[in-house]
Write a protein that binds this ligand. Structure first.
Ligand SMILES: Nc1ncnc2c1ncn2[C@@H]1O[C@H](COP(=O)(O)OP(=O)(O)OP(=O)(O)O)[C@@H](O)[C@H]1O
Length: 665
């Protein structure tokens, strides 16, 4: 059994620092609490009905029941993360309405260990501490070390967390890091969704014994959903809440479970050769059973005892302390810490950082070699007609690559970053704008570096216009296109459920914009019905800029128009760069318009990305995502159940905790 040490006392009330000894001890009580969600055709589906439960301070409670019984829903409602449905009845913390800063005294550890795989436990905790604790650096580091030691992670603090593809911490250690991240704020109430799932029996026992100590030695109220625990693990819990079809079947001490089921309502003890926990689950799911378990529980004397359980009280000034601030640090600080974390995560992932940069240089050199010196003028500074097509090709490939190389990595990492965002946002770690802008800026920054690494070799090898400042216009244009790719990536990534869907959205979105950009289909060949696509294509505006940058002032030496009798020239031939530009509907005076169009495109996509992310975490109109993405991905499949799960877990801003959960909501 792992030993849990007490986290030292260092509370500074002015700074909202944390320490369990000074933090409120909390008892959670539900009274006639019901939870329902919108069902089909305007009906409502009741998921939890009339729950009267008490979760006492310094206790470890197991939430159990057959699949679909409502365990996760109950955890979501108790932790303040079920805004998609409606809650009636009351959920009280120390007999008082849930305080404004509820998320600063409670924490939810999700089932999946959503962690940044390229960081170590120490780095993860340091970043989390910078976001969640408004104390001096030395106090922060003291707290991080105390939490690491509290969860027996000190000797693993510098090991890479890792993931399925990258070896790192074991499953049990990862789970402990997940718990440690939440323990940083010394929560009075800790909610855990299946903390032992996926762990072997030894790891599961270690995690349970840690939870037991956190409850008993440190006074926390701990509530976890749990599936098929061994009898040993089951016996470590103090209390058991057993649900079936959203109703309470048993809610009392674990010690009383066997007596209760052996007498009323079953009148027979569990068979000797069967784990009693498995036995209770089996009988609850027995479709032939005639026993009305919820009614039997309501009539039980143990139920009355449960209702009369002693409840905690707020100490003097505690409620005021909890009610103060929604976030521990300012939004500017949140932005800076998150930006730093995105950068460290990117740089530490060698495949992303070194591999990505190496690939860009290689591709740049390859393209440069393919079109070597094709755009270079002759000794007199003049160009030839046959340089036009390869030059345009090189310019277009650079633009295309800048967008795609930013868009795809951004979309591909979204499943991981989304889960992390949901976890942290749900737990009130930061507000959305700092997160969104930190992610956008970090993506733009790294992908711009990559675009430059690819663009410079192409520029030099192809022999593009070397007039002094033109290379900077070229690189600036690639930077803008990378930024557009990043904003579009965040937008699409927030809308879709997985990478497969992302691919199904990306290609149909980008192909028309490329096709009608004026390069693949020349401007004068674009059918009238699709001219609008040309006018909204950011490829068209960026290509226009690069073509002006390249061809303005250029003279072609080989345009000798043959003398033909009827006056029509049989070949298309340009004497100057301006002639060429005009033939493509590009004018030197368009520069301002092109820059404005790109700026508007970037702002619009960033706005849509933010809106989609806001919708993802459950703010504003949660229906936007389901409506828009549902329509877009109607035929893509795979999402109904996941989407339900996500909306169920949608977060609400901490400020919103002023009203809900209490009384009739
Ligand atoms: N937002 C929702 N919309 C529709 N149905 C929902 C929603 N949330 C939960 N449900 C339904 O409510 C019931 C309880 O779901 P919940 O996820 O809470 O059960 P559970 O006991 O945690 O199940 P499991 O053990 O399988 O995770 C299920 O039938 C589920 O389909």
């Amino acid at each position: 059994m792992e030993e849990v040490q007490q986290i030292p006392s260092r509370l500074d009330k002015r700074n909202h620092s944390v320490d369990m000894r000074d933090s409120p001890r909390c008892t959670l009580r539900t009274s006639k609490m019901s939870y329902s969600v919108p069902g089909p055709k305007g009906t409502r589906k009741t998921i939890l009905s009339n729950l009267d439960l008490v979760f006492e301070q310094a206790s470890l409670t197991a939430l159990m029941g057959p699949s679909g019984a409502g365990k996760t829903s109950l955890l979501s409602v108790l932790s303040g993360n079920a805004p998609s449905g409606s809650v009636t009845g009351s959920v009280l913390v120390n007999e008082k309405p849930s305080p404004r800063g509820f998320k600063r005294i409670s924490a939810l550890v999700p089932q999946d260990d959503v962690l940044l795989s390229s960081l170590t436990p120490l780095e993860s905790l340091n970043f989390a501490a910078r976001l969640r604790l408004d104390v001096s650096a030395s106090e922060r580091s003291e707290q991080v070390n105390a939490v690491l030691s509290s969860l027996s992670l000190t000797s693993h603090k510098d090991t890479l967390i890792g993931s399925v593809d990258k070896r790192g911490l074991s499953g049990g250690q990862r789970k402990r890091v997940s718990i440690a991240l939440e323990l940083l704020i010394n929560p009075s109430i800790l909610f855990l969704d299946e903390p032992t799932s996926g762990l072997d029996s030894k790891m599961a026992e270690d995690v349970t014994s840690i939870l037991m100590s956190l409850a008993h030695d440190q006074g926390r109220t701990i509530i976890c959903t749990i599936h098929q625990p061994s009898y040993r693990i089951f016996s470590s819990f103090d209390n058991l809440v057993l649900l079936s079809s959203g109703k309470v079947v048993f809610a009392n001490t674990v010690a009383n479970t066997e007596n209760y089921f052996s007498s009323n309502p079953l009148n027979s003890p569990p068979p000797n050769n069967e784990n009693p926990v498995d036995f209770y689950m089996r009988i609850l799911q027995d479709s032939d059973s005639t026993v009305d378990f919820p009614s039997a529980w309501l009539a039980s004397p143990l139920n009355a005892k449960n209702k009369l359980a002693t409840v905690g009280r707020w100490g003097p000034g505690e409620l005021e302390f909890v009610n103060r601030k929604a976030y521990a640090v300012s939004r500017l600080r949140q932005f800076w810490v998150l930006f730093h974390r995105f950068c460290v995560d990117y740089v530490k992932d060698k495949t992303k950082f070194i591999g990505g940069a190496g690939l860009k240089v290689t591709v740049g050199v390859m393209i440069g070699v393919v079109w070597l010196n094709q755009a270079k003028p002759d000794g007199d500074g003049k160009h030839t007609q046959d340089s036009i097509f390869p030059t345009q090709g090189a310019l277009f490939v650079c633009l295309f690559s800048s967008v795609m190389d930013t868009l795809f990595p951004t979309v591909m990492v979204m499943p991981t970053t989304k889960s992390l965002l949901l976890r942290e946002y749900k737990n009130g770690v930061y507000s959305l704008p700092p997160y969104f802008f930190a992610q956008l800026l970090a993506n733009v920054f790294f992908q711009t570096v990559n675009s430059v690494l690819m663009g410079v070799p192409i520029y030099l090898l192809v022999g593009l216009n070397m007039a002094r400042w033109r290379i900077f216009v070229f690189l600036g244009c690639l930077t803008v296109m990378s930024s557009i790719g990043a904003a579009l990536g965040l937008f699409i990534g927030s809308l879709v459920e997985n990478t497969q869907q992302a691919q199904q959205v990306v290609m149909p979105t980008l192909v028309p914009l490329e096709l009608f950009s004026g390069y693949i289909i020349p401007y004068d060949k674009i059918p009238d019905w699709s001219l609008w696509i040309y006018h909204i294509s950011f490829f068209a505006y960026a290509l226009s800029l690069l073509e002006i940058n390249q061809f303005e002032g250029v003279v072609f030496s080989d345009c000798v128009v043959p003398d033909v009798p009827d006056g029509t020239c049989p070949i298309v031939c340009f004497e100057t760069g301006e002639d060429l530009l005009e033939s493509m509907n590009v004018y030197v005076t368009d520069v301002g318009k092109d820059i404005l169009a790109l700026a508007v495109t970037f702002s619009a996509l960033a706005g849509c990305g933010y809106y989609a992310m806001r919708s993802l975490v459950g703010g504003w109109d949660g229906g936007f995502r389901n409506g828009f993405a549902g329509g877009l991905l109607g035929g893509c499949g795979g999402g109904g159940e996941e989407r339900r799960g996500e909306s169920e877990s949608e977060s609400r801003k901490v400020e919103d905790l002023k009203v809900p959960l209490v009384g009739t909501v």
